[in-house]
Ligand binder design. Structure first.
Ligand SMILES: [Zn+2]
Length: 381
């Protein structure tokens, strides 16, 4: 058997922005750089991100999310039904208690809050993919916020209650918004669309979830109810969308390099909901020890592809290719090697203000991932 076609490499989405881009954004905010010139900066940053992924040997590339404030906040930059609101402005006493427990830096978090009926008045991601495809021959994957993570962050009783008295009242409009985007992404030629669902990953210990619920005034009877809602929202979003590969990315948050602040625990807590998801690829954190072992999938086999996290995006140490090979071989025993895609645990900079490693480190890590894939393929030819 030949190793060709096995162990394709991909990314989860974001790459750290070049300093000249963040300087340009700051200059634009001060009124010293025109919107038109800033758009050129964004275009050039995307081309650079694509070429650097090509150089690093990544098989399936992204536009690096260079244009987005964050993987979540960008929704408010595109769709006026949402407004970016600093979390600090929404805090209650109860929410402050949870934030203190986690040592959460609330000051750097802004959420896209629902401030009107949800309508797709502009593309969310399809335009990004179209631009990227003009500048690379590689398949272009598209990360997009998942419906559960969007809802739990965006429905706020005080600000959204006028339009949607309860979170449940927003299910229909919110999943329609994302489903329409999936159809646009199919049209734009995305090779793979990944629904980002860190809010599902936070089910491992519920600390972050409790904070969000308190922040937004969402009352839930028990946590199982949230589990059920998360799978229902994903499945409503993807329903009837054929002819394009869809996946769900589950992680435990990604805003600073010190991992002590993140949720800890394996996928056991949410395995039933995971197996319910009607998508082809699961993109899972596994390089971080916080993610637990592969074992839960021995007893609960996942029938589709697995985007296996082999790079710890929060650790500045660049993994040795042989170390990555060992990780993949362990996973191949459980998932089957023909189902594996190699990718980092998460994006390298889920939000503009919080790159977790430097650009140089990010690309060195992607190179190590490519070398590991080559070693694995060579071992099977
Ligand atoms: Zn992630």
């Amino acid at each position: 058997m030949t190793g060709d076609g096995l162990f394709p490499t991909s990314v989860v989405g974001s790459l750290p922005r070049p300093e000249w881009l963040t300087d340009g954004i700051a200059a634009n905010e001060r009124g010293e750089l025109s919107d038109e010139r800033l758009r050129e900066y964004y275009d050039e940053a995307v081309i650079l991100a694509l070429k650097q992924q090509e150089t690093a040997g990544v098989d399936e590339v992204s536009d690096g999310e260079q244009r987005r404030f964050s993987f979540l906040g960008f929704v408010a930059e595109k769709i006026p039904s949402f407004r970016l609101v600093p979390a600090a402005r929404l805090m209650s006493k109860e929410a402050a208690g949870y934030a203190d427990d986690m040592n959460l830096h609330v000051g750097i978090i802004s959420n896209p809050v629902i401030v009107g009926p949800i309508r797709r008045t502009a593309p969310l991601v399809a335009d990004e993919v179209r631009y990227a495809k003009e500048h690379t021959d590689k398949p272009v994957m598209a990360p997009i916020i998942g419906p559960f993570t969007l809802l739990i962050n965006s429905w706020n009783k005080k600000m959204s209650g006028r339009y949607y008295p309860s979170p449940e009242d927003a299910f229909g409009d919110l999943t329609r918004l994302l489903r329409e985007e999936l159809l646009a992404l199919k049209e734009a030629g995305a090779s793979f669309v990944q629904l980002d669902e860190p809010a599902i990953g936070n089910f491992v210990d519920f600390r972050y979830t409790k904070w969000l619920l308190a922040l937004n005034g969402w009352k839930v009877g028990d946590v199982q109810e949230l589990h059920r809602i998360s799978a229902e929202l994903v499945n409503r979003t993807v329903k009837g969308v054929g002819g394009i590969k869809l996946g769900v990315h589950i992680c435990r948050g990604n805003w600073r390099s010190d991992e002590a602040h993140y949720s800890h625990g394996g996928y056991e807590n949410m395995i039933d909901e995971i197996l319910d998801l009607k998508v082809r690829r699961l993109v899972l954190e596994y390089a971080t020890k916080r993610a637990g072992s592969y074992d839960v999938f021995r007893d609960h086999p996942w029938p589709g592809e697995v985007g296996l996290g082999v790079i710890d995006v929060k650790d500045p140490r660049v993994e040795a290719p042989k170390e990555i090979v060992r990780r993949v071989e362990g996973a191949a025993e459980v998932f089957g090697e023909e189902r594996l895609v190699l990718n980092p645990d998460c994006g390298f900079s889920s939000g503009r203000p919080w790159p977790v490693v430097s650009r140089q480190t990010a690309f060195a890590k992607l190179k190590a991932q490519t070398k590991a894939a080559l070693l694995l393929r060579a071992g099977r030819s």
